[in-house]
Design a protein around this ligand. Structure first.
Ligand code: GRF
Length: 215
């Protein structure tokens, strides 16, 4: 089966992007990274993508002012020539409109640093600690117009330790992110994920929570 072609959208350091690029180096990985696009011209991830020999593009949202639709048309135009099958958001800090999301229905995925549906939005680690949560984690999900919603593909938990700082918890979650994002991309690219009633089935069954809860 031909490999699925993937665009990764970033805004910053791009560590999840690197995890996807590294996974895709494996001959047997069912997807290849065709393009990395950043809305931030100075994103560190751009340099890391170039170092890895991946094509990059910048679509600076500032050039479009408040016109999100024009920004997204430019984004779509940058992606178009690369014949892309799937789009991965990896620390992409712009909200996308239903128009763009509709162009990529069931082909657009995101990683969020929390166990959704808990802690949507920003500052998830500080909020998990402040809430006294005992477990936290990361989620890869399909993107739908409502922010940080959408069918959950893979989720892995980490413990929140009594003396955790935001940085310590973030590092523990990030290690999980770098594992589950390539896993989720692999499952989708292999055609093993189906959406039924807004829930994902993997190989026909709801996949369990992975992580420390299993150990
Ligand atoms: C990650 O924690 C990701 O889950 C969130 O933004 C962060 C991006 O980090 N959406 P990086 O750019 O992948 O290093």
């Amino acid at each position: 089966m031909p490999k699925k072609r993937v665009t990764i959208l970033i805004s910053g350091r791009g560590s999840n992007m690197v995890a996807l690029i590294e996974a895709a180096r494996d001959r047997d990985f069912p997807a290849e990274i065709a393009l990395v696009v950043s809305n931030e011209p100075t994103a560190q991830g751009l340099e890391r993508a170039r170092d890895a020999g991946i094509a990059t593009a910048v679509v600076d949202h500032r050039a479009f002012g408040k016109d999100r639709r024009a920004f997204e048309h430019a984004l779509q135009a940058a992606i178009g020539p690369h014949r892309v099958d799937l789009v991965c958001l990896a620390g992409f800090m712009r909200l996308l409109t239903p128009w763009f999301i509709g162009q990529w229905e069931a082909k657009l995925i995101n990683i969020h640093p929390a166990l959704l549906p808990s802690f949507k939005g920003l500052d998830t680690h500080a909020r998990a600690i402040a809430a006294g949560a005992k477990q936290h984690g990361a989620t890869v999900h399909f993107v739908v117009p409502e922010m940080d919603s959408g069918p959950i593909i893979v989720q892995e938990a980490v413990p929140v330790l009594p003396d955790d700082t935001e940085a310590a918890l973030a590092a523990r979650v990030l290690a999980v992110e770098h594992r589950i994002y390539p896993l989720a991309l692999r499952l989708i690219a292999e055609g093993r994920v189906r959406i039924e009633n807004n829930r994902c089935l993997v190989d026909g069954i709801p996949a369990p929570l992975a992580g420390f809860g299993d150990r």
